[in-house]
Design a protein around this ligand. Structure first.
Ligand code: PMT
Length: 412
């Protein structure tokens, strides 16, 4: 398979060093990256670093290897151009169509999506000249990522910081996977609730019945929903992952706590996605003290009682008109047949069926699944990062919300 071809433009700002990390992420995830630094960028990070990390010759000039016509070829061959950091100067030159170095020539010849990740001091970012240049670039179809707020070059803080390489990489990955519309905030104004992780049902103060869920799939759903503009409540059961920036995170332990938190949050939500692995049963009682091992005495059988079926309850009692309710099905055998039956039993709008088992789905960074819709449609999502599957789930939910003619977000 051909590797996606990415041009990484780097401008002369202190954040140029962060572009090394971005480059690393691209190459390690199977992208072919041509770095095109400006002359100023090379004052911050030298040519050998870019060449070593990318495995390609690097130049900022149009006068090198002229026989290969690099000022046209690099842009024409690219699947994506990302400029990170993009300085005020580069944004101005790009907005005015200048072509005075290899990077601006590349921007003029690229026919693929172009992403700018600006980094500069707050005054420069807020200057009317920069505002107009950014507006011009956006009007022409480029994606200009909002700079982050935080520590700038010196002791000062404010808006203008380059977003973390992971966030820039994520935006690039989404555009490469889903095309130029990928960064449109199609969940803007929507509120979504996601459950993640695995519940733990206590036997005594030190033991519990639990499962292997890490929360990674649910957190990927939260991060992608945030990136698409949604307000997110993440109900997290026993996870150790960092809170996704911008999400309201509610921490729970047991299935009953998870039910209470999800039902409460669902009251004003446009969509609920149950990615958590919820225990179907819990011990009938919880011992006050640690259950003792007694010599010569066999352990008592643990009596179990049923936990509430939260997904089925949410599906019956839609908290808002048009609310979309989605679940995940973790299956070990007859995966699709069991998934189809579960969709009917639970009464939800869509069910994401994934096979679980040794090295499958639980705790992994990647996943594959089939998205089953109540109307009968089935979409296979091949193995890829959990964010990939999450984006496909949101695609389906956005389409379902729109098909219900519910253009009004639940909060609106
Ligand atoms: O967290 P990771 O390590 O990334 O792993 C991801 C995952 C495998 C946990 C995830 O992709 C997944 O499959 N989640 C659902 C796990 C599960 O509980 O499946 P189930 O087939 O037992 O339940 C079906 C649906 O009903 C699920 O949406 C579940 O949240 C819901 N349910 C289950 C039992 C219950 N009492 N109440 C529920 O609402």
């Amino acid at each position: 398979m051909n590797k996606p071809r990415v041009v990484l433009g780097v401008c002369g700002g202190i954040a140029a060093y962060k572009a090394c990390e971005l480059l690393r992420r691209f190459t390690e995830s199977g992208h072919d990256v041509q770095v095109v630094p400006t002359a100023s960028a090379l004052r911050f990070v030298g040519e050998p670093t870019w060449a070593a990390l990318s495995g390609h010759r690097v130049s900022s000039e149009v006068w090198e290897s002229v026989h290969e016509v690099p000022h046209v070829r690099i842009g024409q061959a690219a699947d994506l151009v990302v400029v990170a950091p993009a300085t005020a100067d580069l944004l101005a030159r790009a907005a005015h169509g200048l072509a005075d170095d290899l990077l601006t020539n590349t921007l003029l010849t690229a026919r693929c999506p172009v992403i700018f990740a600006p980094a500069m001091h707050t005054e420069m970012w807020e200057h009317p000249a920069t505002r107009e240049n950014v507006a011009t670039l956006r009007r022409r179809g480029a994606f200009v990522i909002e700079p982050a707020v935080g520590r700038l070059t010196g002791a000062d803080t404010g808006r203008g910081r380059l977003p973390e390489p992971g966030a820039v990489f994520d935006a690039c990955r989404r555009v490469l996977a889903r095309g130029p519309r990928a960064l449109e905030p199609d969940l803007a104004g929507r509120h979504v609730v996601i459950s993640a992780g695995g519940t733990r049902e206590p036997l005594d103060p030190v033991r519990y019945l639990g499962n292997r869920s890490s929360g990674k799939q649910g957190y990927a759903l939260a991060r992608t929903a945030l990136a698409r503009g949604a307000g997110v409540t993440l109900v997290a059961a026993n996870t150790e992952l960092p809170d996704p920036a911008g999400a309201e995170v509610v921490r729970v332990g047991t299935a009953e706590e998870l039910r209470e938190a999800v039902v409460k949050a669902a009251a004003g939500a446009d969509a609920v996605v149950m990615a958590a692995a919820v225990a179907d049963f819990r011990p009938a009682g919880r011992a006050q003290g640690k259950i003792k091992k007694r010599e010569g005495v066999d352990p008592e059988a643990v009596a179990l009682v049923r936990n509430p079926d939260i997904l089925a309850e949410l599906s019956v009692r839609r908290a808002t008109p048009g609310q979309v309710v989605a679940g995940f099905a973790a299956e070990t055998d007859d995966v699709l047949a069991n998934g189809r039956a579960k969709l009917v039993r639970k009464g939800c709008d869509l069910l994401v069926v994934n096979e679980v088992g040794d090295g499958l789905a639980f705790g992994t960074d990647g996943n594959e699944a089939v998205i089953l819709e109540a109307g009968g449609a089935e979409t296979r999502v091949p193995y890829g990062p959990k964010e990939e599957l999450a984006d496909r789930v949101w695609d389906t939910i956005v389409r379902t919300l729109e098909s219900r003619g519910d253009q009004q977000p639940a909060g609106g």
